[in-house]
Design a protein around this ligand. Structure first.
Ligand code: FE2
Ligand code: FE2
Length: 229
C-alpha cells in the first residue's frame, strides 16, 4: 500500500476516533472539507511533504500525537479552533530543510547547529502563512518554542504575550517528546515521570495553569494505538 494511502487512512481513523471521543465533542469542526483554505488543504500538504521528505516522515507520528493532545487540551480550556489543530499538526514542518545529522545528533549541539534548528519556528510560520494563507495557525507555530519565563525563541515573548495555542502546542510537544520520542536515543519517561517534569517547568517553561489542565485531560484520554509507532 502506498505511504500516502496509509496516511489518508490514519487521518480518517483519527477523525472517526475524535467523533467518538467524549473530550473532543465538537467533531463537526474536524470535517476534512472545512480544512481547506484558499484551495490549499493543510493535511494534504502535510501528507505530501511527509511522503517525499525524510525529515517530516520522522516527525509524522509525533505530529499526529501533538495534534491529538493539543486538540484535547484546547477543548478543555475552551480555546479550540481549527487553526490550533492545523498548527499542532504542522508545528515542525519548518524542520523539512534541516539536515538529519543535526536533528538526530545525540550529543550536545554546537551554537550554529542550535541556531539552525531554531529556524524551524520561523520557516514553519512562513510556509503556513504564505502557502496556506492561515495567519493564525502560522502565529501558533511561530510561538511553539516560546517559554513562559521569556527565555524561548524566536521572539523571547513573556507569559501571556505568547498565544495560548502556542503555549498548548509547546506543552504537548514537550510531553510527547519525553514519553514517546526515541529520535535522540534518550530514555523514554513514564507518564508519571513526565508529569513531574512538566510540573517542574510550571511558570518557567510552561503556563502552569495549562500543565494542571493537561494532567487532568490525560487521565481521560488514550492516545490511539495507530498514532504510536
Ligand atoms: Fe518545534
Ligand atoms: Fe515537535
Amino acid at each position: 500500500m502506498p505511504f500516502s494511502e496509509i496516511l489518508k487512512q490514519v487521518n480518517e481513523k483519527f477523525s472517526l476516533r475524535q467523533k467518538e471521543d467524549r473530550i473532543i465533542k465538537d467533531s463537526s469542526t474536524l470535517d476534512k472539507k472545512e480544512l481547506r483554505s484558499g484551495g490549499n488543504d493543510p493535511e494534504a500538504l502535510f501528507y505530501e511533504i511527509a511522503q517525499d521528505n525524510e525529515i517530516i516522515q520522522l516527525y509524522k507520528y509525533h505530529s499526529l500525537r501533538v495534534m491529538f493532545l493539543s486538540s484535547a487540551l484546547a477543548k478543555k480550556v475552551n480555546c479550540y479552533n481549527e487553526d490550533l489543530r492545523i498548527a499542532a499538526l504542522l508545528h515542525d514542518i519548518g524542520k523539512m530543510g534541516v539536515s538529519k545529522k543535526i536533528l538526530m545528533k545525540p550529543g550536545k549541539l554546537t551554537e550554529l547547529e542550535y541556531t539552525i534548528i531554531q529556524s524551524h519556528s520561523h520557516v514553519g510560520n512562513v510556509i503556513v502563512r504564505k502557502h496556506l494563507g492561515l495567519t493564525n495557525a502560522a502565529r501558533y507555530i511561530r510561538d511553539h518554542h516560546e517559554r513562559w519565563d521569556g527565555t524561548g525563541y524566536p521572539r523571547r515573548l513573556l507569559g501571556d504575550e505568547i498565544t495560548i495555542q502556542g503555549r498548548i502546542i509547546s506543552l504537548c510537544d514537550a510531553f510527547d517528546t519525553m514519553v514517546f520520542d526515541q529520535r535522540n536515543y534518550k530514555q523514554r519517561l513514564s507518564y508519571e515521570e513526565a508529569y513531574e517534569e512538566l510540573e517542574r517547568g510550571s511558570w518557567k517553561q510552561f503556563d502552569g495553569n495549562l500543565v494542571k489542565n493537561f494532567i487532568e485531560v490525560l487521565e481521560d484520554i488514550t492516545i490511539p494505538e495507530y498514532m504510536i509507532q
